[in-house]
Design a protein. Structure first.
Length: 141
């Protein structure tokens, strides 16, 4: 600690500690041992890394195969809807916002089943009228 009568001592440089650094006091005969030890450590991790990569590839393939029946739809949502989707993901209910949105769309369709039945009836009627018009055009003299 310094006081007005003694100036502060300059800080002493701290020597970095690094096993890979070569120090002047190191015996060069031990360098080979250190290098071979590092190489052995790295080599021992290779099977674990390869196994991890294999698992990642397998998961990706499984997701791609299971998603073959899914359709991708780009949808604009309000900031409030975005926040609700994100809350479902953060709570761990869904893995991502797309899954959360898909669930909510499916639930909305179920809850509006009467509307979709009426829409289907109208579409059937529209198709009947179109067929009738085509028949009239084909019969014209």
């Amino acid at each position: 600690m310094s006081n007005p009568y003694e100036p502060a001592k300059p800080p002493q440089p701290v020597e970095p500690i690094d096993d890979l650094m070569i120090r002047e006091d190191d015996d060069p005969r031990h360098d080979g041992e250190r290098v071979s030890s590092s190489v052995r450590d790295i080599a021992s991790r290779i099977p674990e890394s390869l196994s991890s990569i294999g698992r990642d590839i397998s998961r990706t393939i499984e997701r791609a195969i299971s998603a073959k029946d899914d359709y991708v739809v780009a949808v604009k949502v309000s900031p409030e809807a975005q926040e609700k989707l994100e809350n479902l993901v953060q709570a761990g209910v869904f893995h991502n916002r797309a899954e959360a949105a898909a669930f909510l769309i499916d639930e909305g369709i179920k809850s509006q089943s009467a509307l979709f039945e009426r829409v289907q009836q109208k579409l059937t009627e529209i198709e009947r009228l179109r067929a009738e018009l085509r028949g009239m055009i084909n019969q014209s003299p």
